[in-house]
Design a protein around this ligand. Structure first.
Ligand SMILES: N[C@@H](CCC(=O)N[C@@H](CS)C(=O)NCC(=O)O)C(=O)O
Length: 118
C-alpha cells in the first residue's frame, strides 16, 4: 500500500511539474502590498498530497507568496495537530490581529484566497 501511494505521489508531482500553472503577474507596488498581507498566512501541507497540490496550484495562479510547511516534519506536525485541532492537510494558518484561525479543506482554502486576493 505504501509503495502504491508513493508511486501515485510521484505521478502527481510529475504532472504538476509538467502542467505548472502560469503565475499571475501584478505591478510591483501591488505585489508588495499583497506580499505584506500574505506574510500572516502559512500553508501546512504534504508535498505529494493531491489536495495540497490543488491548493498550491491555486496559490500560484493567484501569484501569492505563501510560506509552506511540511506537516510530516517536526515541529510542524505537532503544531498542526495541537493548535489546529487535527492532523489533516492542507490547512491554512491565518493570523489576523493576534487571532489565529486554522482553515482546513482545500475547497475552503481556495475560496478564501480567491475572495481575498482575486
Ligand atoms: N477533504 C479534504 C481531504 C484532505 C485529505 O484527505 N488529506 C489527507 C492527505 S492527502 C490527510 O491529511 N490525511 C491525514 C494524514 O495523512 O494524517 C480536503 O479537500 O482538503
Amino acid at each position: 500500500m505504501f509503495i502504491v501511494r508513493w508511486i501515485l505521489g510521484r505521478i502527481i508531482l510529475l504532472l504538476n511539474f509538467i502542467f505548472t500553472p502560469k503565475k499571475r503577474q501584478r505591478p510591483q507596488d501591488e505585489q508588495q502590498k499583497i506580499d505584506f498581507q500574505t506574510q500572516t498566512l502559512t500553508l501546512y501541507q504534504y508535498p505529494a498530497c493531491p489536495f495540497c497540490v490543488k491548493v498550491r496550484r491555486a496559490i500560484r495562479r493567484q501569484g501569492l507568496n505563501i510560506k509552506t510547511l511540511d506537516a510530516k516534519k517536526s515541529p510542524h506536525k505537532d503544531e498542526l495537530t495541537v493548535q489546529g485541532g487535527k492532523q489533516q492537510v492542507p490547512c491554512l494558518r491565518i493570523e489576523d490581529n493576534g487571532q489565529v484561525q486554522w482553515l482546513y479543506e482545500s475547497k475552503e482554502i481556495i475560496s478564501y484566497l480567491d475572495q481575498r486576493f482575486a
